[in-house]
Write a protein that binds this ligand. Structure first.
Ligand SMILES: Nc1ncnc2c1ncn2[C@@H]1O[C@H](COP(=O)(O)OP(=O)(O)OP(=O)(O)O)[C@@H](O)[C@H]1O
Ligand SMILES: NC(=O)c1ccc[n+]([C@@H]2O[C@H](COP(=O)(O)O)[C@@H](O)[C@H]2O)c1
Length: 215
C-alpha cells in the first residue's frame, strides 16, 4: 500500500449474542468462512471472538489479536514456541517465524461501518479513539458514503487522520449481505456474488430462509 506492507488478513466472525437480525448461528458462519477461504491462505479465520461467553467490543477483538501477534513475535525472538497453537492458526507462518518487522493489527472496513461510528450509543468515544489511535483503520469506499466528509466532521477521527487509510474502490460493487440474504429468502439466484461452495452449504442447511435453489 505504499507506506505499509500487508502481511495477512484475519476474519473474526461476530459472537452469536451480538443479536443482529438474520444472523445465522456461529458454527454455520464459521463453516461458511472455512469453505470460502479454503483456497485463500492469505486471509485466515479466527474463531476466538465466537468462542467467548458473550459479544466482545471491536476494541477488545483488535487488542486480543494484537497481543497474540506480539506474543508470537516475542516467542520467535526468544526461540520458545509456547503460544497455544489453536489460538494462532490465523497468524501466517512467516509472522510466527518473525520474518517481518513489527506488525500492527488494523481494522479493515467499508465506509458504512466508519459512518456507524456516528450512530448514537453504538460506539464509545474511548473505543473509537483506541481503535483509530492504537490500531488504525483501512476504509474501502462504498456507494452513498462519504468517508472524507465524515472524518472531517469528527474531531476524534480528524485528530487521528494519519492512522486512517482510505481506499477508493474504482470498480464499485453494491454487494451487501442484507441483499444476499433477501435474495436467498426469495429464491433468487446469488450465483457469482458469493462462492459456489458457500452457496452449496447454504442450501444444504437451508440457511437464511433458503428453500428452493435457483442457479
Ligand atoms: N461491497 C462492499 N464493498 C466494501 N466493503 C464492504 C462491502 N460489503 C461489505 N463490506 C464491509 O464488510 C464489513 C462487514 O459488512 P456486513 O457483513 O455488515 O455487510 P454489509 O453489506 O455492510 O451488510 P448490510 O447489508 O447489513 O449493510 C463492513 O465493514 C462492510 O462495510
Ligand atoms: N462498540 C463496538 O465495538 C461495535 C459497535 C457496533 C458494531 N461493532 C462490530 O462491527 C462489526 C459489524 O457490525 P454490523 O454488521 O452490525 O455493522 C461486528 O464485528 C460488530 O461486533 C462493534
Amino acid at each position: 500500500m505504499g507506506t505499509h506492507e500487508v502481511v495477512g488478513g484475519v476474519v473474526s466472525p461476530v459472537h452469536d449474542t451480538y443479536g443482529k437480525k438474520d444472523l445465522e448461528l456461529s458454527h454455520h458462519r464459521i463453516t461458511m468462512l472455512k469453505v470460502a477461504l479454503r483456497d485463500h491462505d492469505w486471509v485466515r479465520l479466527s474463531e476466538w471472538e465466537c468462542r467467548q461467553e458473550s459479544w466482545s467490543r471491536t476494541r477488545q477483538v483488535l487488542q486480543y489479536h494484537q497481543n497474540q501477534v506480539n506474543a508470537a513475535l516475542n516467542s520467535a525472538n526468544n526461540n520458545c514456541f509456547d503460544v497455544n497453537e489453536s489460538d494462532t492458526s490465523w497468524i501466517p507462518e512467516y509472522v510466527k517465524n518473525n520474518d517481518v518487522g513489527p506488525v500492527k493489527v488494523k481494522l479493515l472496513c467499508g465506509a458504512d461501518l466508519l459512518e456507524s461510528f456516528g450512530t448514537p450509543g453504538l460506539w464509545a468515544d474511548t473505543d473509537i479513539a483506541e481503535i483509530v489511535g492504537q490500531h488504525g483503520l483501512v476504509v474501502i469506499t462504498r456507494a452513498s458514503c462519504n468517508p472524507n466528509e465524515f472524518i472531517y466532521n469528527s474531531d476524534i477521527l480528524t485528530s487521528y487522520m494519519a492512522n486512517i487509510m482510505l481506499v477508493t474502490e474504482w470498480i464499485r460493487n453494491e454487494i451487501s449481505s442484507t441483499k444476499i440474504r433477501r435474495a436467498l429468502r426469495r429464491s433468487e439466484s446469488v450465483r457469482y456474488l458469493i462462492p459456489d461452495n458457500v452457496i452449496d452449504y447454504i442450501y444444504e442447511h437451508n440457511l437464511f430462509g433458503s428453500k428452493k435453489r435457483y442457479v
